[in-house]
Design a protein around this ligand. Structure first.
Ligand code: IPM
Ligand code: MG
Length: 406
């Protein structure tokens, strides 16, 4: 297609006619739990690519210990996503996988992607499968906690006094923004020059519902919410700021709301991260800031995340990628996926005590000085283990540790 510069300019200013987002309100889901507590749950496991299958095996072992001990059942059934799905059926997220996820109580995903598919056309890339899953399951809220653990302070590249005690929750909008906005594409102008464009766009209803999730999350934490935007330049950000302000002042009067430009936030997160409690941001700013926040903790290998909608199952996954360079070598850290399983228990399955037990077991394993390569420091006196052994040690702790209450 050939477009004149004027036509491109017009396209870029076209209102989002083709952009449809259901007006679901987060208020319909008063607690974060998708289902109430029961004896048996159907869980879809998406091992994905790279280190995915290894960390999934380790996590499954830990979950088996947990369910044996606590007397409930998780029916774990695998499905395909990402490169594995492209290889098996030429589709990064086949309809069977989507159906199975929709019919589950919750979904636990490892990670996707790898060099092998990097040159594929966009529709046959693993990332496209992940984005399709988020959009089709309406997982508009992504919760990414970055909590610095005392045992791993020295794994951070920042100074101890800067990171000690950091506990930030990034609430990232996940189904809108420049990721999904129309129009988008790469076209050729009459001059022969190519032009690439995406549309950074948010509807009020999309901002409202993520603001409600963030207000809810902040009110259950320290009650401070910082909304991130670029309202000094972007109109879409001005709307973001106005709508977040309205929602929080009306529905969460006890939450203390502040605003910060995204460039300043990127700097402040490194300068003095303890000033943040809960952060709310759009999709692209959240993508960038959550990776940054993860390095406060020392390793991406420790960070879980939850993606949830207003109803139906959520998807729980580590923040890290598929690390194809170490795949199949028993070097991966399964702790982020184990912690993602804890978030699943807490947010989707109404099993908070069991989530606490998993999280305590992860802390205990660190207390015992057991480390995978990504969190091992030279001369720290800790024991280096592989993915399999890390899973076994956590599973054993889950079996034997004191449990506060079930
Ligand atoms: C993430 C990832 C994804 C994103 C990629 C893999 C599509 O970076 O979950 O943060 O950009 O959202
Ligand atoms: Mg990312």
């Amino acid at each position: 297609m050939k477009l004149t510069a004027a036509a491109v300019a017009a396209l870029l200013t076209t209102p989002a006619v083709a952009f449809t987002v259901p007006n679901a309100s987060f208020q319909s889901r008063t607690a974060l739990n998708a289902v109430s507590k029961k004896d048996s749950y159907d869980i879809t496991l998406l091992p994905g690519d790279g280190i995915g299958p290894e960390i999934t095996t380790a996590t499954t072992k830990v979950l088996k210990s947990l369910t044996d001990r606590c007397g409930f059942t998780l029916n774990l059934k695998e499905a395909l996503i990402g490169g594995a799905a492209i290889d098996a059926c030429n589709d990064p997220f086949p309809d069977e996988s989507l159906e199975q996820c929709r019919n589950s109580d919750s979904v636990l995903l490892a990670c996707i992607g790898g060099y092998k598919w990097d040159k594929n056309p966009r529709e046959l890339r693993p990332e496209t499968g992940l984005l399709k899953m988020r959009k089709e399951m309406e997982l508009f809220a992504n919760l990414r906690p970055a909590k610095v653990l005392e045992q791993l302070i020295d794994a951070s590249t920042l100074k101890r006094e800067v990171v000690e005690g950091v506990d930030v929750m990034v609430v990232r909008e996940l189904t809108g923004d420049v990721y999904f906005g129309e129009p988008k594409g790469i076209d050729t102008l009459e001059s022969g020059e190519r032009v690439g464009y995406n549309n950074m766009i948010y509807k009020e209803s999309e901002i409202e519902r993520i603001a409600r999730v963030a207000g809810d999350v902040a009110s259950k934490r320290r009650g401070e919410l910082c909304s991130i935007d670029k309202a000094n330049v972007l109109d879409v950000s001005q709307l973001w700021k106005d709508v977040v302000t309205d929602v929080i002042s009306k529905d969460f009067p006890d939450v203390k709301l502040s605003h910060m430009y995204v460039d300043n936030a990127a700097m402040q997160l490194i300068r003095w991260p303890k000033q943040f409690d809960t952060i709310v941001c759009g999709n692209i700013f959240g993508d960038i800031l959550s990776d940054e926040a993860s390095m406060l903790v020392g390793s991406l290998g420790m960070l879980p995340s939850a993606s949830i909608g207003s109803e139906g199952p959520g998807v729980f996954e580590p923040c890290h990628g598929s690390a194809p360079d170490i795949a199949g070598q028993d070097k991966a850290n399964p702790l982020a996926m184990i912690l993602s399983a804890a978030m699943m228990l807490r947010y989707d399955l109404d099993r908070a005590a069991e989530a606490d037990l998993l999280e305590s077991a992860v802390e205990a394993v660190l207390d015992q000085g057991v480390r995978t390569a990504d969190i091992k420091q030279e001369g720290d006196g800790c024991k280096l283990v592989g993915c399999v052994e890390m899973g076994e040690v956590v599973a054993k702790l889950v079996e034997t540790m004191d449990m506060v209450s079930v």
